[in-house]
Design a binder for this molecule. Structure first.
Ligand SMILES: Nc1nc2c(ncn2[C@@H]2O[C@H](COP(=O)(O)OP(=O)(O)OP(=O)(O)O)[C@@H](O)[C@H]2O)c(=O)[nH]1
Ligand SMILES: [Mg+2]
Length: 469
């Protein structure tokens, strides 16, 4: 198949042409993380699983599909490798939709490796990253959206990220998009009637059309908004802690983390390298990057640190500018304020226990005056990060939402066309122009809800998986 050509997939079971090479191979992989554990799981999937099971698994009782059975696991020469639990799945009632065998072994890396080696010796091949889930997708067991959710769930580092992934696992997004698309289709069909038979079919009222498009736009915006929140709980936000030397940047990092991560001293220029660690605020991972204080006349080593500060600042979503608020602002403080003007930032006047001379010097109504040594100041700073990062709203991503890039692209394109159609309706433009825009929106949504995706989209999604998933 051409790379990039859309692969239209039938709704269930059968594979499209050109994909048959996939199911002729039987794949094997260790599904559990490397190292010792209570158990290690080896999984096999593919048409040769029944014959491989006969060689590798010996049981007293007969094996029933999806029932764990006590079994001896043998190598290709019939020698005992482990006494384990074996579960067989017959096609299509398995994760991949193919015949599968799952072996729950004693958690020794050696035993797991030996079992894989034996399976390879019997004709299986090593699975590629994500190949089990890829087969599940190709066999119609889950859609691309749910496949992304599987990778997100495995990769989730916070409870909120896990909840967001779970919301998508059921695949409800396609249903929602389909119903919005159906609403759009009814408008498009009606307009087509007017365009083709202007005498017989009267043009629908423009207000009425606006009213019918409104819920479609609102529905898509909701999916996108929740998608952005989902991205936030998955990827978090980066906050660069910047400011003049000795202002208390490293003290702030340590106070927010609750442990001494960075060296703090009264000597200006203590921090040379960017130091990063994360906290969770409202379920969102916040990456804090403590940086070298910026000042002119720095020595060579310090200058190298300052260069890293600039890079951290450029990459961060939020700049947290720490200033010594007890003294009048010096030129280095004014310089960093100028560098961060016009971007999301929090200005923090530290060392209020020593005085608050600086705060009145600049016009920054949202500035926080306090001390890293006060709990209240730390709470204020966390709240300010929430306000800038996610408008302080309560993060709830328990409904299906957009996750993959192609989903955002499709919905953004559809919203663009809908906006254009609604403007044209208001401006009294011809109905066929409006119909074209609505049709465009309809097809953009097709890329999100239907089982149609370019090879590169599919490859991109499965490249994130680990081997054995
Ligand atoms: N009194 C008082 N001292 C503080 C406060 N915050 C930090 N300090 C002190 O200020 C000095 C500098 O603190 P650091 O956290 O190392 O400052 P920094 O901004 O990281 O400095 P560089 O790494 O040199 O750029 C240390 O002696 C801290 O104990 C505060 O709120 N009140
Ligand atoms: Mg420091």
């Amino acid at each position: 198949m051409d790379p990039g050509a859309p692969a239209a997939l039938p709704p269930g079971g059968a594979q499209p042409n050109g994909r048959s090479a996939f199911s002729t191979d039987t794949i094997v992989a260790i599904a559990t993380p490397p190292g010792k554990g209570a158990i290690a799981i080896v999984r096999l999937s593919g048409p040769a699983v029944p014959s491989l099971s006969q060689r590798l698994v010996r049981t007293n009782a007969s094996m029933h599909p999806r029932v764990a059975t006590r079994a001896d696991v043998l190598d290709e020469g019939g020698r005992l490798l482990d006494r384990a639990l074996a579960i067989s799945f017959s096609a299509p009632h398995s994760y991949t939709g193919e015949a599968m065998l799952e072996l729950q072994l004693h958690g020794s890396p050696v035993v797991a490796r030996e079992v894989v080696r034996a399976a390879l010796a019997c004709g299986a091949r090593l699975a590629q990253p994500g190949e089990f889930t890829r087969r599940a997708f190709l066999n119609g067991k889950l859609d691309l959206h749910a496949a992304v959710a599987v990778a997100d769930l495995v990769g989730a580092e916070t409870r909120a990220a896990a909840a967001a992934a779970l919301a998508n696992l059921g695949g409800g997004l396609a249903e929602e998009i389909r119903s919005l698309r159906a609403a759009l289709a009814s408008v498009v069909e009606e307009l087509a009637g007017t365009i083709d038979f202007p005498e017989e079919v009267p043009e629908p009222g423009r207000d009425d059309l606006q009213r019918r498009l409104e819920p479609v736009v609102a529905g898509l915006e909701r999916l996108r908004h929740d998608g952005e929140l989902g991205r936030l709980v998955r990827e978090g936000v980066a906050v660069a802690i910047v400011g003049p030397p000795n202002a208390g940047k490293s003290s702030l990092l340590n106070a927010l983390l609750g442990f001494e991560r960075a060296i703090v001293s009264e000597i200006p220029g203590t921090t040379r390298d960017a130091i990063e660690d994360a906290i969770i605020v409202d379920g969102v991972p916040v990456r804090l990057i403590d940086t070298a204080g910026i000042r002119a006349h720095a020595d060579r080593l310090e200058a190298a640190g300052i260069e890293r500060t600039q890079a951290a600042l450029a990459a961060a979503g939020i700049a947290l500018v720490v200033l010594d608020g007890s003294e009048p602002l010096r030129s280095d403080a004014l310089d960093i304020l100028e560098r961060t003007a016009g971007r999301p930032r929090i200005v923090f006047f530290n060392k209020a226990d020593l005085g608050t001379r600086a705060a009145g010097q600049i016009d920054e109504p949202a500035a926080i005056v306090g001390s890293v040594r006060r709990q209240g100041t730390l709470d204020e700073l966390r709240a300010a990060i929430g306000r800038l990062g996610w408008s302080g709203e309560r993060i709830d991503v328990s409904r299906p939402h957009l996750v993959a890039l192609h989903e955002f692209d499709g919905v953004n394109a559809a919203l663009g066309s809908l906006r254009e159609a609604r403007r044209a309706l208001d401006d009294g433009e011809p109905i066929d122009f409006i119909a074209t825009e609505l049709h465009r929106a309809y097809s953009s949504l097709g890329h999100v809800s239907e089982r149609v995706a370019g090879e590169e989209v599919i490859d991109g999604i499965f490249s994130r998986f680990c081997i054995g998933k």
